[in-house]
Ligand binder design. Sequence first.
Ligand code: ARG
Length: 579
Amino acid sequence: MPERPTDPQIQLEAAIHRAIRRALPDAPADAEPMLRPASDPRFGDFQANAAMGLAKQLKRKPREVAEAIAAALGDAGGLLAGPAAVAGPGFLNLTLSAEALGELAAGLDPTRPGEPTGTTVVVDYGSPNLAKEMHVGHLRSSVIGDALCRVLERRGDRVIRQNHIGDWGTQFGMLLEHLIETGWADREGEDRAIGDLNELYQQAKRRDDADPAFAESARRRVVALQAGEPEARAFWRSLIGESLRHMNEVFARLGLLLDDGDLKPESAYNEALGPLCRRLESGGHATRSDGALCVFVAGFETPLIIEKSDGGHGYATTDLAAAAHRVKELGGDRLVYVVDSRQREHFQKFFAAARDAGLADAQTRMDHAAFGTILGPDKRPFKTRDGGTVKLTDVLDEAVEKATAVVAQKNPDLPADEREAVGRLVGIGAVKYADLSGDRVKDYVFDWGRMLALEGNTAPYLQYSYARIRSIFRKGGVDFEAADLPPIAAEAPAERALVLHLARYAATLDAVADSLEPHRLAAWAFELATLYHRFYEACPVLKDGHEATRGSRLALSRLVAEALEDALGLLGIGVPERM
Ligand code: ARG
């Protein structure tokens, strides 16, 4: 699909373009055919809206202009079933010929990778702060980032993942001080396991707020840590190790691509921060203001503070150093940050500062793939009943439990072990899909009932659509993987609609790669499942008497299943063979 010469949409665009030039010599050379998929299949497969705009420019009647284009277009060299029909104020309705559609169907391969683009994309995602346990808010960055990596890679980019974990900063002084005081530091091996990181954080925070002597020791602990004092470093390393173990457990359950090789913690940039500040200062990119070293960015009231008056560095400085690393060391042409939309201002400022200071090149594309907040049923940020943060592991446990019940109800005959496995697939899939299927910048309400529904734009519906196709093959005694099936003859309107929609897969992935919006892929998959449902109602698959029709419909069904599996796979969601 991605290699376009056979894509009828591209061919049609070119043919209409030529027809415009031939029929309307006065038209501007870059006149757009304005070709869209038809909104109603009764009017054909595509609609071209060029005539209206051209008529205005040429001061002619739109219908007259449309007639002239249609006449010059003819059947577009056999691409169309007949001449374009002029409708309404001057739309051109176009129907592909059986041959063109057959050729299109024969060339469909949802899993075909795009040509290498030569672009290296560095994607920053996951990136939790390690001082606390992962909560439901961490879902979004990891799930969206993962889907984006898969899509970018499929479309031919070289993708480098960066898990920019927060393992540095003042909160670690407080945690370490508390751990040392409570005797944790004297324990060995297993006994160092930290049961509840949140609990620990709360305790340390309470002491820090209430006890000035503790706060002072905590502060000294940070200084020691940052100065590389061996004892502080050793304690900090075990603490980070514990926290990482927890993070990896959660990521594994989510089935993320991220692994230890993608870790690039904040602490890794520590040594680079001082020299970077000196460079920006001497280069005139940063100036002193009230003792702090600042980068002033046009259009923002407050500057980016890169060095506090006590010499300390923070989040922004680290991001500047990381950007330089990603561009110069990793060769990134495009930097993507999958981070909460509440950090929008930080990213806008820091992108501008990085460019001004020459840390990124003028042509480096920098994108903040911002996402909204997960809300509870009360439309406020999702919290536990007593107002605490919702732990991600608890959410995943509950999802699997609920999904297993849904599966058991849907198909009581599934053997227990298969039911568990499918329950995991559906439960984790439902949580991920709920996150990916909405416009990412918007907040969304975390709603078990909605995400686990077997109807509507949900993972279970799509997974079930896949499983149902597999069951058609089982019922017909046809080997899904190996059967040699005839070419697809798309004749009925429902079959035509499916083929045309399948043909839009590559363009959909391109749009996701460009906009960094996975919900476009989810919408495509949902539409595919909906169209298949309509096809299934209208066109008997196994019951059709004609051997060739049965074969063609099985082939089309298999292609839909493969496309569904692939699309869900790119969203990081698996499909069950039965459900
Ligand atoms: N650790 C940060 C947080 O939890 C997110 C880091 C995002 N990446 C970055 N390069 N700033 O808010």
